[in-house]
Design a protein around this ligand. Structure first.
Ligand code: OSB
Ligand code: MG
Length: 373
């Protein structure tokens, strides 16, 4: 039983070691919304809302998520007796459209709290089976093909099991081809366009189709399944959908329409873990592989991604790079590390599996709000 009495919101600012550029925008410093949930007997759990600074990935941003959490999400759970964390999503969805990242921050925190209460790892609570997760890296758009080649080679040498190359019109075929030529036909490469193309660009996408990619992620508009289906019919490379899959229904639509063959599950994008598990289970039945995406999370959000990726149908390497790939210092101890392309799932530790570095978080905090029942 969950009975949450208090939720503290904080915004922290964490500078990335290197700016991260995708087709729809660049990030140099992450503004991250952290939540601390406290139950009636004083147990606590931290969680993270993955909304970015600007509404370029989805319509949400940290400032809208802050308001949504304060005004509508938190009041639905505070002071209420909730049987199980799996019940929270329905509570948040009833007559409440959108704001999925804001909802996910609270919903996932409820799972974290339930794991802490039960004295089991978050992975165990979710039904995870893996001891370790295969790790891929997502490389932002680079200034030149040569710069990209250096990054790709460095990533493979570091052990990453998949290298995702961000692309946009003008910075695509020549970049990916240079990478492919440099690392050979067997290297696990993929591309992610973050919606930068239309069906007018089929020739470009067909040129990418010749480069032996594991998949092409979200080439077309964020909310468009029909055109992705048209495109998939013209490509051998599987399309992987990211932005479009905001619910189980959308995953079902993808399969019904043939709009893609792989799904990148980001729990923040779908409203949390209940929806993530539902999509995972549906994809498993349908023979659709899934992998866990990332949103440049701090070590707190990363703990949730690692736990989710331990479910059985997460059969492809996730965008779950270790802390040091992003930050000079993370906000958790121990930091997330990678050994030969694998991150260990902390299955023996109750709760989210890492301790919160409160002092560091205090030093990084720029605003707080305390919400009570
Ligand atoms: O499309 O997967 C994406 C980061 C921000 C917004 C969108 C995306 C990404 C990434 C980063 O690819 C993955 C990571 O967290 O390392
Ligand atoms: Mg993506």
């Amino acid at each position: 039983m969950l009975h949450i009495d208090r939720i503290v919101l904080r915004e922290i600012r964490l500078r990335l070691k290197q700016p991260f550029r995708i087709s729809s925008g660049e990030v140099t410093e992450r503004r991250i919304l952290l939540l601390e949930l406290t139950d009636r007997v004083g147990a606590t759990a931290w969680s993270e809302c993955v909304a970015g600074e600007h509404p370029n990935y989805s319509s949400e941003a940290i400032d809208t998520a802050w308001v949504a959490t304060e005004q509508w999400v938190a009041p639905r759970v505070l002071g209420r007796s909730i049987e199980a964390p799996g019940d929270v999503f329905a509570l948040l969805e009833h007559d409440f459209r959108g704001h999925l990242m804001a909802k996910a921050g609270v919903e996932m925190g409820c799972w974290g709290l339930a794991a802490t209460q039960a004295g089991v790892s978050l992975s165990t609570l979710l039904g995870g089976v893996r001891e370790r997760i295969a790790v891929g890296i997502s490389l932002g758009i680079q200034p030149s093909p040569a710069a990209l080649v250096a990054k790709v080679q460095e990533s493979l040498a570091a052990g990453y099991q998949k290298v995702k190359i961000k692309i946009e019109p003008g910075n695509d075929v020549a970049f990916v081809r240079a990478a492919r030529d440099a690392v050979g036909p067997d290297a696990h490469l993929m591309a992610d366009a973050n919606n930068a193309y239309t069906l007018d660009d089929v020739a470009t996408l067909q040129a990418l189709d010749e480069l032996g990619l594991m998949m092409i992620e979200q080439p077309l508009a964020h909310d468009d399944l029909v055109r992705h289906a048209t495109l998939q019919r013209q490509l051998r490379t599987p399309i992987c959908l990211d932005e479009t899959i905001i619910s189980l229904d959308r995953a079902q639509d993808m399969v019904a329409l043939g709009a893609g063959r792989i799904i990148n599950i980001k729990p923040g994008r779908v409203g949390g873990f209940a929806a993530s598990i539902a999509i995972h289970d549906f994809c498993q039945e349908q023979g659709i592989p899934v992998w866990c995406g990332g949103m440049l999370e701090s070590g707190i959000g990363r703990a949730y991604n690692v736990a989710l990726a331990s479910l059985p149908n997460f059969t492809m390497p996730g965008d779950v790079s270790p802390s040091a790939r992003y930050w000079t210092q993370d906000v958790v101890t121990p930091e997330w590390t990678m050994q030969e392309g694998w991150v260990t799932v902390p299955r023996a530790t109750p709760g989210i599996g890492v301790a919160i570095d409160r002092e560091r978080i205090d030093a990084l905090t720029v605003r707080t709000a305390e919400l009570r029942a």
